[in-house]
Design a protein. Structure first.
Ligand code: DC
Length: 215
């Protein structure tokens, strides 16, 4: 692979997306949120009345039109930016993301995206381990569940204890599934964002990239 890829993995709410966007902007690279792709497939499946555990969702993944970029996502031509972050999709997405057929199709699309865009900052759960194991820089961004819950509550509200419990439950599902569980990829550098500002994390990453000889 010749394209410059920065792979960012880690649990939800750790700051991957904010940090990933900032790193992409500083480097003049495009940014891909692969979680939005799994959410888009989940939205499409729910609209078709499918149960999130239905194996047929692999066929939905193959055919669904996903347009992701510029802060919005369209699923089969329907603007679904808010819906994919809503409660219904959030509750169902872990089951959809555990479907091996769905994963195979998403990985194929992610690799094609990088070729089409000449590299990029790609964020998810399996990017450094499965999708781009040869990425120039592999990062595992994390923070304590409490801090992640506090950030989410500041963003979208809710009860802190409930939000923390749901974060811990989603971590458990994402880390224990059979296919491509959330892991620290071999060669990944762990960045714990607890107690750090976004700018401090971004500077740390650009420094790591410089030392890896890739910037
Ligand atoms: O990052 P997020 O919370 O939007 O991700 C939504 C779900 O998709 C989450 O349960 C983990 C899953 N996911 C995945 O399995 N693999 C990826 N590369 C990205 C997300």
């Amino acid at each position: 692979m010749n394209e410059l890829v920065i792979a960012i993995d880690g649990p939800s709410g750790a700051g991957k997306s904010t940090v990933g966007h900032a790193v992409a902007e500083r480097l003049g690279l495009e940014y891909l949120d692969t979680g939005a792709m799994y959410r888009g497939v989940t939205f499409a499946a729910l609209r078709r009345g499918l149960d999130p555990h239905d194996p047929e969702i692999a066929a939905v993944a193959e055919h669904v039109a996903l347009e992701i970029g510029n802060g919005c996502i369209c699923v089969d031509g329907v603007e679904a930016t808010a819906e994919i972050r809503g409660r219904e999709v959030t509750a169902a997405v872990s089951a959809v993301a555990a479907n091996s057929g769905v994963r195979a199709e998403m990985v194929r699309r992610q690799r094609a995206w990088v070729v089409e865009h000449g590299g990029g900052v790609v964020e998810g759960r399996d990017i450094g381990s499965i999708v781009f194991p040869d990425a120039a820089l592999k990062l595992y961004i994390t923070a304590s569940p409490r801090v992640r819950a506090e950030r989410r509550v500041a963003d979208i509200g809710g009860d802190i204890d409930d939000v923390e419990a749901s974060i811990i439950e989603r971590d458990r599902k994402d880390s224990s599934r059979a296919d491509s569980p959330l892991v620290e990829a071999s060669g990944a550098i762990t960045v714990d964002t607890t107690g750090l500002t976004i700018d401090e994390v971004v500077d740390q990453i650009l420094d790591l990239l410089g030392r890896a000889g890739a910037s």
